[in-house]
Design a protein. Structure first.
Lengths: 731, 292
């Protein structure tokens, strides 16, 4: 089946953020800080105002006159009012008739600055592992500490303690479409069109930054050329709105690729320490410690560390444990989500550690995982019940394939396994309106397709399954935040699982109404000569014949579906400090990698790959394959080559795709994808979210394969040839 | 990044091109071959030319065999050489180096002349051209001259070409068993951390070893070549040549690799390049011992 957006996308007929235009539109450019940390002593905007074509120039001083007072008190003001916190932070913005004029004018503004000490790396802040008292350091913007059981005693009496430290690097989402938006003021209302994953979230975010009521903001999402977590929160929109107010004209702002890298809200580096106590062949206690660079993030932001740290405990049965994480402020751009935020990094550390421990114990790594793996009914570290999860089934499937690969494995090759779990965002709410007309069905909702098909394909297939109407007769339509039903947006692999439930409910309600009117238990819909027929038992009738006079006048029948998640409880007594995050809708992925390692240069080649993915129920098997393949390829980048390189002055040394190395097609091995069904999730028909899980185990699977091939473990991501060569002690 | 404006001039004869270059002040005019480097130079404001002179309409998009020599017009896209089975068979090292430049799209634009003119220390083509004794044919206001590329190349973005001179063609005097090996983080569209070319040419001294990825530019390593005293060097000789190459090469640490890793790579890749070249020698034609 070909997706409805495939052909117009191939023809270039759809409008992305970078394509946006409006009559009388101006182009915007940002003036960016030349230093990573410091203060603006003086900034003269007048040279830019004198440049040809310039219509508006705005800086920190203009917030006072152009925006309500609340904008100055916003937690994140549009421009820094006091401190510059990262290199490239926008300090002013220019709007001009052409893009060239805007950029030329922006280049004439040279703020006079006073530099402050730069914190570029975690090690600059804490050369030694911090004690809990270190949480008082103002650069600690998040501190999470939780414990359960008598950890110290279990470590003392254990037969073996396995202790390791891992390091990971910053990775960028690299959506092929840069961030882009267009803002205009219409009759006192601010209209924003933007390439965003979350139109409603963006509206609320922009409202709080600009200090204006949400009711005066309307956000319309465009088609999105890749999000991967990077197009969630407000980013460029406040600058565009400010310039639109100042100029009285529509203003378009989009980033260059270099700016994408230099301003990007990305995953940042971490240091992870893991200690595991083993007694009689089983894990009895664990200590997990995490130092997470969160860049110029603000204090009170322990979400990044509180959410991430749970993944370091893994999908394994709870033993006594202690976890402690610090979110550290450095002079890099603020931390941001990247497909399964920080999970591939956590799982790299954890699954490398578990694998090494199994080898140290002389136990098969898959069997060792099975011994501890979650099954339905187990309790999580925070004492939540584990729902249906295809983890053991995935491990068993992987063991079979690993056995086949092992027979006839060439020398110099190795096989690695890794497991991961994910908690999809089905708790975040959403609503959908269905509009059944005599010639077809329209689904109206407030989320845009970001490329994976969960909206255009997934939601339509849910309606098809319930109503029987072929997907070709179903259209998904998007409104803006003023006309569409509310939805939380595309994140946390939630579209099918959460918004899909709203569509399912609306479709069932529609079917029930029609069944009642047809005097039947159930009905199905079908299309004949472009007309909707209602089938009840052997009877077929035209839809119009079942409509009320009002519905006939209105042109169809409407149904509404809502899904809002319920609150999830955790055992709060286990939390000492900060916030940990509960899980929901458990899903698992087990991956297998075969690699060839050049023992003289450290170069790693992935020879073949297999992914066993718990999907609950596959709604569209082509989409399952597509998502898993995409996740694996992206994960191979995190594993082997992608790395943001910062200098000691917190300058990004590789702001472009020449030295930030995405996987290319020649790096991609054959990928075997196997969907595991039968462990029902919260979504329609038992479906589970699939956007993020397939990237999670990839770096760990590759690392374990490298260890299998060489007998040597690599403790840092990405595993570039030079890092592997160092691990192999070649230099 | 700024959007820039310049005037594009497209002469159709070498004489016209030289005349245009002679009339312009240096810095005001930039020469466009394939444009693969020029584009980013302009984009990053490394140069701000008023005029860009395209070589596209010059009659230099050709290659031909003259006996054992291969003559390549300087504006021929690399892709044309890559797709030629004779180039692959007769000059395997050159073919290998060309095949691994950038991506197919880039090779459909990039040219040999541009690569020499740019003289990047990371060039994948210069090491193998050095190993194969390539010569450059240069045209300019005072006529035609021909030199080994070793004399023409100086350092990054610098050659011995005069301001109004252009490389017309590159001459590879003889077919030779050869190999080019590189190390990169990724095989495609990445910059080599180290490149090693080896060739066994009929004219003595037979072995040629050239390294890329070092400052100020790729160069031959005669000290390493001297360790290879026969057409069939022993394993020890290969090892010594590799060690000597690693010792003599002037590497630096940068964001792509540390100096010590580059040195490590040279010891491995020089040995492998010699071995690969040996494997490519026609079995019957193996001289038992090279004349010394």
């Amino acid at each position: 089946m070909i997706r409805s957006d495939a052909e117009p996308k191939a023809r270039g007929a759809l409008e992305y953020g970078t394509d946006l235009e409006a009559p009388g539109m101006l182009w915007a450019a940002l003036v960016r800080s030349p230093i990573a940390h410091g203060r603006i002593v003086r900034m003269d905007l007048s040279p830019a105002r004198k440049m040809p074509g310039v219509v508006a120039v705005v800086g920190p001083e203009d917030l006072r006159t152009l925006l309500p007072k609340a904008a100055l008190e916003a937690e994140r003001p549009v421009f820094p009012l006091d401190e510059i916190r990262y290199r490239g932070e926008p300090v002013a913005a220019v709007a001009a008739e052409t893009l060239e004029q805007a950029r030329r004018a922006a280049a004439t503004i040279e703020p006079e600055v006073e530099s402050l000490r730069v914190d570029a790396r975690i090690e600059d802040i804490f050369p030694e592992w911090p004690s809990p008292a270190a949480a008082k350091d103002p650069r600690v913007v998040g501190h999470v500490h939780a414990r359960f059981g008598d950890v110290d005693a279990k470590f003392r009496s254990a037969e073996l303690v396995h202790s390791e430290t891992y390091r990971t690097s910053g990775v960028h989402q690299v959506a092929i479409e840069p961030h882009a938006c267009l803002a205009e003021v219409r009759n006192g209302t601010f209209h924003i069109r933007s390439s965003t994953q979350t139109p409603f979230g963006l509206r609320d975010d922009v409202a709080s930054i600009l200090g204006i009521p949400e009711s005066r903001l309307v956000v319309e999402g465009t088609w999105v050329g890749g999000g991967f977590g990077g197009k969630g929160a407000a980013f460029l929109e406040p600058y565009a709105v400010l310039l639109a107010i100042a100029s009285g004209r529509p203003v378009k702002l989009s980033l260059t690729f270099e700016e994408e890298f230099e301003l990007g809200r990305t995953t940042l580096p971490s240091i992870i320490r893991l200690d595991t106590a083993v007694h009689r062949g089983r894990i009895v206690a664990r200590r997990v410690r995490l130092l997470l660079d969160t860049g110029a993030s603000l204090p009170g932001r322990d979400f990044a560390v509180g959410y991430s740290i749970g993944f370091l405990l893994g999908p394994y049965r709870t033993t006594a444990y202690e976890i402690e994480g610090f979110a550290l402020q450095t002079n890099k751009p603020p931390f941001g989500p990247h497909r399964a935020p920080f999970a591939p990094q956590s799982v790299f550390a954890l699954e490398s550690h578990i694998d090494g421990l199994a080898r140290r114990l002389g136990v098969d790594p898959i069997e060792f995982r099975k011994l501890h793996a979650w099954r339905e009914g187990d309790r999580t570290a925070y004492d939540q019940p584990v729902g249906p999860i295809g983890l053991e089934a995935g491990l068993e499937a992987a063991a079979r394939t690993a056995g086949e690969w092992r027979a006839g494995l060439p020398s110099g090759h190795g096989i690695g396994v890794a497991a991961g779990f994910w908690s999809t965002g089905v708790g975040a709410g959403g609503e959908a309106r269905l509009w059944l007309r005599p010639d077809g069905l329209t689904i109206l909702e407030g989320e845009r397709e970001i490329g994976n098909g969960s909206v255009v394909q997934g939601l339509a297939l849910v309606a098809e399954r319930v109503l029987g109407l072929p997907v070709e007769a179903i259209r998904v339509e998007y409104g803006d935040t003023a006309t569409a039903p509310f939805d939380s947006g595309v994140f946390g692999s939630r579209t099918l699982g959460a918004l899909g439930q709203a569509v399912e409910k609306a479709a069932r309600s529609l079917a029930n109404t029609l069944a009642t009117r047809a005097g039947a238990q159930t009905v199905q819909l079908e299309m004949k000569n472009d007309r909707v027929l209602v089938v009840a038992g052997r009877r077929r009738q035209k839809l119009v014949d079942l409509l009320t006079p009002e519905e006939r006048a209105a042109g169809g029948i409407e149904a509404h579906g809502k899904h809002y998640g319920s609150e999830r409880k955790i055992d709060a007594s286990r939390v000492v400090t900060g916030t940990v995050y509960p899980y929901q809708d458990f899903t698992a992925a087990v991956h297998l990698a075969e690699v060839e390692v050049d023992r003289e240069t450290g170069h790693v080649r992935v020879v073949r790959y297999a992914a066993f993915q718990d999907v609950g129920k596959a709604v569209d098997s082509a989409s399952v394959t597509g998502q898993v393949e995409g996740g694996v390829v992206m994960g191979l980048g995190t594993a082997l080559s992608e790395e943001m390189l910062w200098t000691p002055e917190a300058r990004l040394a590789n702001p472009g795709l020449l030295d930030y190395r995405l996987p290319r097609i020649r790096d991609v091995p054959p990928i075997h994808v196997e969907a595991i069904e039968g462990f029902a999730g919260a979504g329609p028909f038992g479906a589970k979210g699939l956007g993020e899980p397939p990237i999670i185990p990839v770096p760990a699977a590759v690392a374990n394969a490298v260890a299998d091939a060489t007998g040597t473990r690599v403790y840092e991501l990405p595993m570039t040839p030079e890092r592997v060569a160092r691990a192999l002690k070649l230099l | 990044m700024l959007i820039v404006s310049f005037q594009l001039v497209q002469p159709s004869t070498p004489e016209e091109a030289i005349r245009l270059l002679s009339r312009s002040a240096a810095g005001d005019i930039a020469v466009l071959g394939g444009g693969t480097d020029l584009l980013s130079d302009i984009e990053q404001a490394r140069i701000t030319p008023k005029q860009v002179l395209s070589l596209r309409n010059l009659p230099w998009r050709y290659f031909r065999w003259e006996g054992n020599s291969l003559v390549v017009g300087s504006t021929l896209p690399l892709r044309a050489l890559e797709l030629d089975p004779h180039v692959q068979r007769r000059l395997p090292g050159l073919w290998e180096a060309i095949r691994d430049v950038g991506s197919p799209a880039l090779r459909s634009r990039a040219t040999l002349g541009g690569n020499l003119g740019r003289c990047s220390p990371a060039s994948d083509l210069i090491p193998i051209l050095l190993a194969l004794d390539a010569r450059a044919r240069i045209v300019g206001p005072s006529g035609v001259r021909e030199h080994p590329i070793d004399i023409v190349l100086q350092e990054s973005r610098r050659t011995s070409l005069g301001p109004a001179e252009l490389i017309e063609s590159v001459i590879l005097p003889s077919s030779a068993p050869s190999a080019y090996l590189w190390q990169r983080v990724q095989p495609v569209n990445d910059i080599s951390q180290v490149g090693v070319a080896a060739a066994f040419v009929p004219e003595g001294p037979h072995w040629r070893i050239a390294l890329g990825g070092l400052q100020p530019r790729a160069r031959r390593l005669s000290e390493a070549e001297a360790m290879l005293r026969s057409a069939r060097p022993t394993h020890l000789e290969m090892e010594l040549a590799a060690q000597e190459a690693a010792r003599r090469a002037e590497f630096v640490s940068d964001k792509r690799a540390t100096e010590s890793y580059r040195r490590r790579l040279v010891t491995v890749l020089v040995r492998r390049a010699i071995q690969t070249t040996l494997d490519r020698m026609p079995k019957a034609a193996h001289p038992r011992k090279a004349a010394s």
